[in-house]
Design a protein around this ligand. Sequence first.
Ligand code: AMP
Length: 284
Amino acid sequence: MKIISRVEELRALIHELKLQGKSVGLVPTMGYLHEGHLSLIREAKAQQDVVVASIFVNPLQFGANEDFAVYPRDLERDSQLAADAGLDIIFAPSVEEMYPQGFENMITFVDLIHITDKLCGAARPGHFRGVATVVTKLFNLVCPDAAYFGQKDAQQVIVIKRMVVDLNMNINIVTVPIVREADGLAMSSRNVYLSPEQRQAALVLNQSLRKAAALLDNGERDCTKLKQAIEQMIGAEPLADIEYIAICDTSTLENLAKIENKALIALAVKFGNTRLIDNIIWEG
Ligand code: AMP
């Protein structure tokens, strides 16, 4: 496995691979890899000749009061895990390499409207602009045939899928299911921030989503009632502080009043300073 930190070196290697007729898959990450990331790498490896994973904590997608400075980073550990999963290339640039003019001086952005105002976008203004911009930069550098994203970040997948349609990017966007710990907690690099008590309390995310799915399976379709059930369950957990509970259309993210046959149920909940997200897509 190659580890590349320079844009020009990456471009030269991609050029070589393309000349050889190889298909290329891209897995964008912020590193501190866990099984969720590795499942994206494995899926990409199953479909493409060569797989590149980017490891880059992108300052452009963090708000001023967010955890950019303390976000966990460990390239050595990541390299070992990625190599074991069969990855071909890690692209791990510095902030200066990705933003040679300084990220604060960027004047060109990829900005989606409407769908980025809702859910996570409501509490994290500018977040999806940072995501869409860095993903576009990575697409331009890697020229992948396909890029792999986790359902864990449901809104991100919707944003990226819409971006490639609107901007005619010739890249297949593949969504990979959420990987969970044995007790149901969705894997996240941010789980390391949790105290043992918060880690235990955080199980309520998946539990409340499963409760909503069970109510749906039993015929409940009223989103106010479903939201109340989720709110009650999470509200009973003293360490949990709800940011949002959304029951919405799976492509527009518009809130639903009643579920016909499909819905995204998504949550963001804070435990101390740690913000966790989780979701399910329910289909009748
Ligand atoms: P991150 O490093 O958190 O930016 O995540 C990089 C990619 O891994 C994103 O496409 C995430 O949706 C995906 N991912 C993160 N956690 C999980 C998980 N538990 N299951 C599946 N995919 C995940």
